[in-house]
Design a protein around this ligand. Structure first.
Ligand code: ZN
Length: 510
């Protein structure tokens, strides 16, 4: 059966309307996934898996509809569409998504999905028993399947190795070689900075900060901070889950979660600020106008993470922030924090201490955890590292970079969920987030010269307005690399982050 060539003027409209249908279905997946983590009774798990699988199939069918391919081609022939910067960027990105979605045979997609759900169960078991042998066959399978996936995509025209095809899914246009070029000076710098911290005296008065606070008060405190940041609670929520996350279902609905324990009030504020940063980005994307279209979407995981890291680190771990927030903390949480000073909490929020677990790492050592994972997964895809040799190499590297002897694989190579889910090429985006956020932060300082004073007064409106204008509002009009050059005048580099970390360590440790 053939379909008529779409009329040019109508093609763009039909295309964006088909994509909106797919996005509506996809938003149902997002809402159900949020519900699974926050509200669903455990007995609902099997039905939820079926619901999500059904929806995933429907979304995939919609996104790979051959009609979309015809409409893209018609738009590409339409000089009126292609002459408009926003619409032509939209068409370019729609083509990219369509090609990625249609390049993988259904059989491989199915195999990847099965391997990730079974692999995750094996990983949970392996991690709880700290027994790498249980996970090894699944790691091998994940590496093999990812290599097949990369072969289907093909090495991108800007890349040089199969790993680049995998990276492109998470951080479009980035390559392993370029990543290594950015990471190398950061690694050398960080290893030296950690040595310097180890030789310094621990900051004073830190232990007293980690005092017990009732959880309801902690929730109120983070809500007050997020409101001040500009998170819109009429179009968003903050709930509780085992692992904090942000789910942007669609226009008008962005869900944040956090986890709580009585003595971790400072950690929970960090994760609330982090997820809040993701949420502010989601609320700032032009979804009302472009829902389902690339122009309404986040650019990349690295750019998304830059937004969470900025609110978490550059803002909520700064001395100026605490000069304001300590007043809010005392107002909400009362007696337990009454005797604390802004300076004391600032120091407690910025202690640097090498540790085994990535998600618990401080701002300085965090990137060393990422670089290790990037190097090892890249070597596994290239065939230079056999999965069975992973624990040994992992532990060697932890000793070399962080000076730590890994006691067991649970606190070593079995700690992260990513490989069990089949995600290879993902880890580096966490450090890209740190790098982009430091570089954007420096560019923003030139536009808002009294930014530090504003933060000290608890005023974040100018910061958010700058992010909305330069980053949130553009959707996927540019690649992450192009956005970085437009916003900061320079390609992504390691120096701004190194300057930020150096200054931070200086102000905490002297
Ligand atoms: Zn994040």
């Amino acid at each position: 059966m053939t379909t008529a060539t779409p009329a040019k003027t109508k093609a763009y409209e039909e295309l964006t309307s088909l994509l909106r249908d797919a996005a509506v279905l996809h938003s149902m997946q997002a809402t159900l996934a949020w519900d699974q983590e926050t509200m669903m009774p455990p007995g609902g798990a099997p039905l939820r898996a079926e619901q999500l699988e059904t929806l995933a199939g429907m979304v995939h069918t919609k996104k790979t509809d051959p009609r979309i391919g015809e409409l893209i081609a018609a738009c590409e022939d339409d000089s009126e569409v292609m002459g408009d910067a926003r619409r032509s960027a939209n068409v370019r990105e729609i083509r990219r998504d369509y090609e990625l979605a249609t390049k993988l045979p259904g059989s491989l997609v199915g195999e990847l999905a099965r391997a990730s759900s079974l692999g995750m169960e094996a990983w949970k078991d392996a991690r709880s028993k700290s027994d790498f042998a249980i996970f090894l066959p699944w790691l091998q399978k994940t590496v093999d399947l990812n290599r097949r996936k990369a072969e289907c995509y093909g090495v991108p025209s800007w890349g040089a190795e199969l790993y680049d095809a995998l990276m492109d899914e998470y951080e479009p246009k980035m390559t392993a070689a370029r990543t290594q070029e950015i990471f190398r000076p950061l690694r050398e710098f960080t290893v030296k900075l950690v040595e310097r911290v180890k030789a310094s005296k621990a900051p004073a008065g830190v232990d007293e900060v980690h005092t017990a606070i009732p959880i309801e008060k902690q929730k109120e405190f983070s809500r007050r901070v997020l409101e001040a940041f500009g998170f819109d609670f009429r179009c968003g929520r903050l709930d509780e889950s085992a692992h904090p996350f942000c789910e942007g279902a669609g226009p008008g609905d962005v869900r944040l979660t956090n986890r709580y324990s009585e003595k971790a009030w400072l950690d929970q504020l960090s994760s609330a600020s982090h997820e809040g940063g993701h949420g502010l980005y989601e609320q700032g994307l032009p979804k009302a106008e472009y829902f389902g279209q690339p122009l309404g979407d986040a650019i990349s995981l690295g750019i998304h993470e830059s937004q969470s890291r900025m609110w978490e680190n550059q803002i909520a771990r700064s001395r100026g922030f605490w000069e304001w927030a300590i007043g809010v903390a005392k107002d909400v949480m009362g007696a337990p924090v009454a005797g604390m000073s802004a300076d004391q909490v600032f120091r407690a929020a910025n202690v640097v201490e090498p540790s085994f677990i990535r998600v618990e790492a401080d701002e300085v050592t965090y990137n060393l955890h990422i670089m290790l994972r990037f190097d090892l997964e890249r070597a596994m895809i290239a065939g230079d590292l056999k999965p069975k040799d992973l624990p040994g190499i992992w532990n060697e590297r932890m000793k070399k970079d962080l000076g730590l002897t890994v006691p067991d694989d649970r606190r070593g190579c079995l700690q992260d969920v990513h490989w069990s889910m089949g995600a290879i090429g993902y880890f580096a985006t966490y450090t890209f987030g740190n790098l982009y956020s430091a570089q954007f932060w420096e560019a923003m300082a030139r536009a808002i010269p009294d930014r530090d004073d504003q933060i000290r007064r608890g005023e974040f409106g100018a910061i958010l307005a700058w992010l909305r204008e330069h980053i949130h509002g553009v959707g996927r009009q540019y690649s992450a690399g192009e956005l970085c050059e437009r916003v900061t005048g320079k390609p992504l580099a390691s120096e701004p982050l190194m300057r930020h970390l150096e200054a931070k360590v200086e102000s905490v440790y002297g």
